[in-house]
Design a protein around this ligand. Structure first.
Ligand SMILES: Cc1cc2nc3c(=O)[nH]c(=O)nc-3n(C[C@H](O)[C@H](O)[C@H](O)COP(=O)(O)O)c2cc1C
Length: 163
């Protein structure tokens, strides 16, 4: 955990706010620095500190991330990164934005967790974690091609049977 993560996780005012939007968790918060390992692994993430007891299920999710008015598709990890930390790790929400290259540090973003695709796991090697993250991204890309990924309001206007 970085000193900033420790500070943020121990200050409830600094953790992200969670709402339910269309029955799926939507998290709004300010992006903090992680361990900067994500960039080395090829999967830089925009990290938000989560409070314990927010009822979001740990795991990897297909997500929409709103930066200003722009919607990005993301593969988002929720949990304590068991590959690197024991149960004392801070709970983070870490979306990896597909097809995005920019620094979101300090920006306020909205992360709408749309579908959970798997639990968090502890990997025996970095290579195994990277391979799994590649598969996660492919799965999220496939999800993005389906009607299930449409923003919830437009989905309601689709003809019955295609929702
Ligand atoms: C799509 C995705 C899936 C992930 N799955 C796991 C996981 O199953 N287990 C785990 O320990 N960490 C997982 N992570 C978190 C990574 O370990 C973390 O993003 C990486 O170590 C970089 O951390 P940093 O942002 O602090 O630099 C996942 C991250 C992403 C983006």
């Amino acid at each position: 955990m970085t000193p900033e993560e420790v500070r943020l996780a121990s200050d409830p005012a600094e953790t992200a706010m969670v709402h339910s939007v269309g029955g799926a968790p939507a998290v709004i918060g300010t992006v903090i620095h992680g361990d900067r390992r994500g960039r080395e692994l090829g999967f830089p993430t925009a990290n938000l500190a989560l409070a314990d007891g927010d009822r979001i299920e740990d795991g990897v999710w297909a997500a929409d991330v709103y930066v200003g008015n722009t919607r990005h598709i993301a593969a988002a990890s929720v949990g304590r990164r068991p590959t690197f930390y024991d149960a004392d790790g801070v709970r983070l929400l870490e979306p990896f934005l597909l097809d995005f290259d920019g620094d979101l540090y300090g920006k306020t973003i909205v992360v709408h967790l749309r579908e959970r695709i798997r639990p968090q796991r502890r990997f025996e090697s970095l290579v195994a974690l990277i391979q799994q993250m590649r598969r996660d991204v492919e799965e999220v890309r496939r999800w993005a091609q389906t009607a299930r990924s449409l923003p919830l309001r437009s989905r309601a206007t689709l003809p019955a049977g295609t929702r």
